[in-house]
Design a protein around this ligand. Sequence first.
Ligand code: KG4
Ligand code: ZN
Length: 352
Amino acid sequence: TSAPLVLGIETSCDETGIGIVRGTQLLANTVSSSMQEHVRFGGVIPEIAARAHLEAFVPTLRQALDTAGVTVEELDAVAVTSGPGLAGALMVGLSAAKGLALAAGKPLYGVNHLVAHVGVGLLETEGAAPAGLPPHTGALLVSGGHTEVLRVGSLTEDVELLGSTIDDAAGEAYDKVARLLELGYPGGPKIDALAAEGDPQAFRFPRGLTLPKFVGTAQAPGPHRHNWSFSGLKTAVSRAVEQFEQRGEPVPRADIAASFQEAVVDVLTAKAVRAATEHGLSTLLLGGGVAANRRLRELLGQRCEQAGIALRIPPVSLCTDNGAMVAALGAQLVAAGAAPSSLDIPADSSQP
Ligand code: KG4
Ligand code: ZN
C-alpha cells in the first residue's frame, strides 16, 4: 500500500493555506495571506479574515492541486483545522472541507492547529523523515498564542504539558515590543530583521522565572522550573525606550531589538532543553510561528547538540501558518488508522 495522499486546509487566522502531502513527502504548500488588510488596525480583524478566506479558498486550492499535479478524485483524505483559532475564519475552511469531502466521497479529518504545528516536523524536508513519531519525543511550540514545552507520546492523544508561559506568549511579546519600537505589525519578523543590525549584549534584559526560588533544584524543582514569563521583559524594554525618549536621545532600536530577542531566545532554549533532558526526551520538534526566528533556530540547535538531543526544525515556510502542516498531521492520522471525523464537526475556537 502506498502512503496516503492528503489535502490539508488551514484557515484559523489570516492565512488561507492549502497543502498536499503523500505520507511524509510534501507535494504542495500554497498560502494566501490577508495580513496586508489588517496592518492598519494593528491586529487581525476576524470578519475581514473570514471574508478573505472565502475569496481566496478556491484559487488557493486550484494552485495547490496544479503544483502537486493531483486531482481531488485521487485524494485519500481531506484534513482541516477545526481549532483553535478565529471562529468565523475556521468556519470557512471547515465548510469548504466538508463540501469537498462530501462531494468527492473522501474521509474528513478535523485536526488541532497546534498539534499540526508540531506534526509538520515529521515531513521529509531538511532531513530524512523518521518513520512515524520517534520514541521519547518532545516539542517546543512557540506561536502568537502559545509557548509550551510538551512530551509528545503520540500525535492523537498522549501529549503532556511540561511547561508553558504564565503570561504572554513568545510571539505576543515580539508583537508588543515591535509596537513599542514602532516597527509595525506583525512584529516577529520585523524584530528578527532589525536585531541582525544590533548588539545583543547592549542591554541585559531580564530572563523571567530563572531565579533559584522559581527553578529549584533537580531534586526539589521550583514551581516554575519549566515555565516562562515574558511580561517583565516587555516592561523592561518599555522602560529602556522611555529613558532615551525622556533624555531626548534617539532610541537605539536595533540594539534594543537584538537584546530583547537574546533574552527571549536564551530563556526559551535553556528551559526547553532542561525540560527535555529531565524528562528523558531524545528528539525535540520545534513548531509555531516564532520557530521562523533565526536566532531561536541557531541557539536551540547549539543547545540541543550540547545536550545530545536530536532537533527537527521545519523550513521557515512551514513554521508560520500553512496547509501543509494540516496535511502532514492528517497523513499521520490516516497511516495510524485513526477514525475520520464526522461531517458535523464544529469549529472549536478554544480547542486546548
Ligand atoms: O503560528 P503563528 O503563525 O500563528 C499563531 O498560531 O499564533 O504565529 C504567529 C506569531 C506572531 O506573534 C509573529 O510575530 C511570530 O509568530 N513570528 C515571529 C517570526 N515570524 C513570525 N517571531 C519571531 N521571529 C520571527 N521571524
Ligand atoms: Zn499557528
